[in-house]
Design a protein around this ligand. Structure first.
Ligand SMILES: [Mn+2]
Length: 281
């Protein structure tokens, strides 16, 4: 990267919907055919590229174009659906990815093209981006309370390329476990684990995540305890939700695609930013 970018766009879960991803890239001024990304922009895709929709292999191909053509301005994070192919399996999934696509996910993981976390600093705060969000319990007990988002991203990215470890710790979404305030950053459920985990702890920075939503976007209903609902607001035009806590905000951008694409989805775009951190320090 030659100069610090002005903006970061965080693209939520794609779920095998290549047409949705292509359209969003064009909207952001990127070129899905060459991978070119405007020089003032960094794009972070927060994982769960594959499964559910019809075109998982095509999504992997498109992201490969962006990684090659984006001059370092595409930051690919790992989601639990990528982890299913690059690490020990912790859940069953009925679909098989074509072997070439699964091989490519493994290559990204082993060569450092796909990482765990990104961090950036904007006028509105210091931000950590992970697939499912960082719970207070994981931040405390596994990461030892790093103070900045950049330090936290560096500690999380120390797991990049590995196939086992605390990174892959599940939560209540697997095997119907009880909610855990120390669920891992690939699995924490927004309404029952991620947001409540920070009720007793001042957030050291803000976060952007995908993976799950507090809002049922089909009905507009908020799911969770009264305390969670009280601090959360939702924008049905973008399918972004914001929970305001002491010390920062938790911003959810999972549009909740199913086998069919969600009717609306949009990248979350920051205000002016400083450096993006994706590698271990
Ligand atoms: Mn997920």
């Amino acid at each position: 990267m030659t100069s610090p970018p002005d903006r970061v766009a965080v693209i939520g879960d794609v779920g095998g919907h290549v047409a949705v991803l292509r359209a969003e890239l064009v909207r952001l001024g990127a070129d899905p055919d060459t991978g070119r990304i405007p020089e003032d922009l960094v794009i972070v895709q927060l994982g769960d590229l594959v499964h559910r929709g019809p075109d998982s292999a095509a999504v992997v191909d498109l992201v490969d174009v962006m990684l090659r053509g984006g001059q370092g301005r595409w930051v690919q994070l790992v989601g639990n659906h990528e982890a299913h192919h690059v690490a020990d399996r912790v859940f069953e999934w009925p679909e098989e990815l074509p072997a070439a696509a699964a091989d490519r996910l493994r290559a990204w993981w082993s060569d450092g093209s796909m990482v765990v976390a990104a961090a950036f600093r904007a006028p509105s705060g210091d931000f950590l981006v992970t697939h499912a969000g960082l719970t207070a319990g994981f931040w405390r007990s596994v990461l030892d309370t790093p103070v900045t988002a950049a330090q936290t991203a560096a500690r999380l990215n120390a797991w990049a390329g590995r196939t086992a470890g605390a990174l892959f710790r599940t939560g209540s979404m697997v095997n119907r476990k009880r909610p855990s305030i120390a669920a891992g950053p690939l699995w924490a459920e927004a309404g029952r684990e991620l947001v409540p985990s920070w009720f007793e702890t001042r957030m050291p920075f803000s976060q952007v995540h995908g993976h799950s939503s507090i809002v049922d976007w089909e009905t507009g209903e908020l799911r969770g305890s009264a305390a969670v609902i009280h601090i959360t607001s939702a924008d049905p035009q973008t399918r972004h939700e914001v929970s305001r806590l002491g010390g920062g905000a938790i911003i959810g951008v999972d549009p909740c695609h199913g086998q069919e694409a969600a009717p609306v989805s949009a990248a979350w775009v920051s205000d002016r930013i400083g450096a993006v951190v994706t590698r271990p320090a």
